[in-house]
Design a protein around this ligand. Structure first.
Ligand code: DGP
Ligand code: MG
Length: 185
């Protein structure tokens, strides 16, 4: 199978780093920040009051934010295990429109945590429906674009996508969930 795996919120822990940076940078009497388990909207900004959204954006667009995201537990081992099982695995990620720091740092992140072989496996696009695949593992509840996708979206489980229907995968159950797919063996 050709398995597309999203980066932010699936491999790299955007949410914890954002919360941690907010807490370090902002006096808690103004706003304590939205803890990862309290996040309800896919876009972090939408979980904050309107007057604080620019401040949230400044955090994730700042130099070093994407470079320093911690890997989500189990994610890197899972990628290697999928590859070892004979699947073709690609990292399929959407850059911020404010791309200046995000794009290069996403590549740096993959190089640092997975190595050059995986840098060559990156597909960076705003529209994931234009990418072929059998499965897309992604934390976005509804992945849409210009075409009907060839892949089946398997939702990576996060507090902000609980409304999404269908199979829910995380790095503790991924073999079980993908094992139900006809192309797995
Ligand atoms: P992906 O994980 O490939 O679906 O990309 C989603 C991107 O959106 C990722 O870089 C994280 C980013 N993101 C998270 N919260 C916000 C937000 O509030 N506004 C914007 N523009 N992007 C956000
Ligand atoms: Mg994501």
């Amino acid at each position: 199978m050709l398995i597309l795996v999203d980066q932010d919120g699936v491999l790299a822990d955007f949410e914890h780093r954002l919360y941690q940076t907010w807490q370090q940078a902002t006096p808690t009497h103004e706003h304590p920040g939205v803890a990862p388990h309290e996040r309800r909207h896919f876009y972090a900004k939408d979980d904050y009051p309107e007057h604080l959204r620019d401040a949230v954006q400044r955090i994730y667009t700042a130099p070093g934010f994407f470079r320093n995201l911690p890997p989500i537990d189990g994610a890197l081992d899972a990628l290697q295990a999928m590859l070892a099982r004979g699947h073709d695995v690609r990292i399929c990620t959407s850059p911020l429109t404010l791309y200046q720091n995000c794009v290069g740092e996403k590549y740096e992140w993959v190089d640092r945590h997975l190595g050059a072989e995986w840098v060559a496996r990156m597909v960076v696009t705003k529209d994931k429906t234009l990418v072929h695949g059998d499965i897309l593992i992604d934390d976005k509840p509804h992945v849409t674009g210009a075409r009907t996708p060839t892949w089946q979206h398997v939702v990576y489980n996060q507090p902000y996508n609980q409304q999404a229907p269908g199979l829910r995968l995380h790095w503790g159950n991924w073999q079980e969930i993908l094992g139900t797919h006809p192309g797995w063996d």
